[in-house]
Design a protein around this ligand. Structure first.
Ligand code: CP
Ligand code: NVA
Length: 330
């Protein structure tokens, strides 16, 4: 059997296929319990710290609600609300929080930092997004795929459109390789995942009977897709000036109804959110006005279509994050 007690959750490369499947099964169980109103305060008396150096809606709320449902206390430290990185090193922060809390969530910049936090904390550390990876997100994405494909996703294809070398693209490539889902990164060649990570994932995929491919050709990339996934074109921590060069590069990879129609009939649309499909949001409007465009990474039409499972996906963040906390703290 799988036992993740005491483990940190820093990147999916650290977990076996069996362990990832165990977390997904546990997530589904927690979702059923929540829906049925069955209490699951299995971790009463424990406390978790949520450390955010970047902003968040879903990840923060998933950890908070997940912790409360499990009977735990939790403390949120916002991007300016702790000494870490300003007056105190990561190693010291880790050792202090590790004395008070049973687990620590960390969202920040370099992957190295979350790894260092885990090295010194002495308690499980969960990666709530770094520049390189966003591993809790992928559990929700895969759970959503399973819900739409009869729990059987082996041999299905997920295509990531756009900025495929970002944290979300990287992590999707890893999880697909681990679970035998065919992965296609479809975007400009300079925005692809690093060669070394691609090679590693291709080896893992081969063991699980699937493939990892990169393409700049939209039709080639989406024609066999069962899920089309995209993310914003400029990630948190990157300068806004990047839009100037990114928009012309990324526009061919916008997820439109035409793109969806080239994929399999039952193809679903996924997005980690937040999305700029609605350019009326403050930031979206600012970018749209500055660069004279009305649509960003996905059209409003696709985002609001029946194929779009983005709000199931967002809900699943909570069930999956709860499963990660439970599995590592029990
Ligand atoms: N998808 C996601 O991680 O969203 P937040 O940035 O709102 O946490
Ligand atoms: N790639 C995005 C994901 C947000 C959840 C970012 O890092 O900003």
């Amino acid at each position: 059997g799988v036992n993740l007690s005491g483990r940190s959750f820093l990147k999916l490369l650290d977990f076996s296929t069996e362990e990832i499947n165990y977390l997904l099964d546990l997530s589904r169980d927690f979702k059923n319990m929540k829906r049925a109103g069955v209490p699951h305060r299995y971790l009463e008396g424990k406390n978790v710290a949520l450390l955010f150096e970047k902003t968040s809606t879903r990840t923060r709320c998933s950890f908070e609600v997940g912790a409360y449902d499990l009977g735990m206390g939790c403390t949120y430290l916002d991007p300016s609300g702790s000494q870490m990185g300003h007056k105190e090193s990561i190693a010291d922060t880790a050792r202090v929080l590790g004395r008070m809390f049973d687990g620590i969530e960390y969202r920040g910049f370099e992957q190295e930092k979350v790894e260092e936090l885990a090295k010194y904390a002495g308690v499980p550390v969960w990666n709530g997004l770094t520049n390189e990876f966003h591993p809790t997100q992928m559990l929700a994405d895969i759970l959503t795929m399973k819900e739409n494909f009869n729990n059987d996703i082996k041999g299905r294809q997920l295509t990531f459109m756009g900025d495929a070398g970002n944290n979300v693209g990287n992590s999707l490539m890893v999880v697909c390789a681990k679970l035998g889902v065919n992965f296609v990164a479809c975007g400009p060649k300079d925005n692809m995942p690093e060669d070394e990570l691609v090679k590693t994932c291709q080896e893992i995929a081969a063991q699980n009977g699937s493939t990892v491919k990169l393409t700049e050709d939209v039709h080639e990339g989406v024609k066999d897709a069962d899920a089309i996934y995209t993310d914003i074109w400029v990630s948190m921590g990157q300068p806004d000036e990047l839009y100037k060069t990114r928009i012309p590069l990324m526009e061919p990879y916008r997820v439109t109804s035409d793109v969806m129609s080239q994929a399999h009939d039952d193809c679903i649309f996924l997005h980690c959110l937040p999305s700029f499909h609605d350019t009326k949001t403050t930031k979206g409007a600012e970018v749209a006005k500055k660069f004279g465009i009305t649509e960003m990474e996905v059209t409003d039409e696709v985002f609001e279509s029946r194929a779009s499972k983005v709000f199931d996906e967002a809900e699943n963040r909570m069930h999956t994050i709860k499963a990660v906390m439970y599995a590592t703290l029990k």
